[in-house]
Design a protein around this ligand. Structure first.
Ligand SMILES: NC(=O)c1ccc[n+]([C@@H]2O[C@H](COP(=O)([O-])OP(=O)(O)OC[C@H]3O[C@@H](n4cnc5c(N)ncnc54)[C@H](OP(=O)(O)O)[C@@H]3O)[C@@H](O)[C@H]2O)c1
Length: 106
């Protein structure tokens, strides 16, 4: 039977974690990518019998992230994948304030 594939960045906490919890399903393979894993998510996936993969990966290292994802996708059986979705949620909100008060690195 085919399944859908969803790749979600930043699923370890915040909005991403809540999206991930809602996306867990036996009919969907969910790949979560963030710098830390979330134990609650792994436990919930197991409880629901939902196909789930969780990576620790700093997405600021774009070359490694792209190579790793490419290799992982090549291992998947494309005939079994009915659809593929990327939710690119990872990110941080810098301090909010007047531009002239923001440090240049922000
Ligand atoms: N919350 C808001 O009010 C709001 C408003 C507008 C837009 N947004 C956007 O919505 C998204 C989620 O916001 P949020 O409030 O849920 O953020 P959050 O609680 O700070 O969570 C950010 C997520 O992104 C991951 N992440 C951050 N930097 C990463 C990196 N270099 N590599 C891999 N993963 C990284 C974090 O995981 P790790 O720390 O484990 O890496 C975490 O899972 C962000 O893109 C944010 O800019 C949020």
């Amino acid at each position: 039977m085919t399944h859908s594939l969803t790749i979600l960045t930043g699923g370890s906490r915040g909005m991403g974690l809540h999206m991930a919890l809602q996306l867990l399903s036996p009919q969907r393979h969910l790949l979560c990518i963030s710098r830390h894993v979330n134990r609650q998510l792994a436990d919930e996936a197991q409880r629901l019998n939902a196909p789930f993969t969780q990576w620790t990966q700093d997405l600021a290292d774009t070359t490694t992230a792209a190579q790793r994802l490419q290799a992982w996708l090549a291992e998947q059986d494309a005939a079994q994948v009915a659809s593929a979705t990327l939710i690119n949620n990872a990110g941080v909100i810098p301090r909010i304030g007047p531009l002239e008060d923001c440090p240049p690195e922000d």
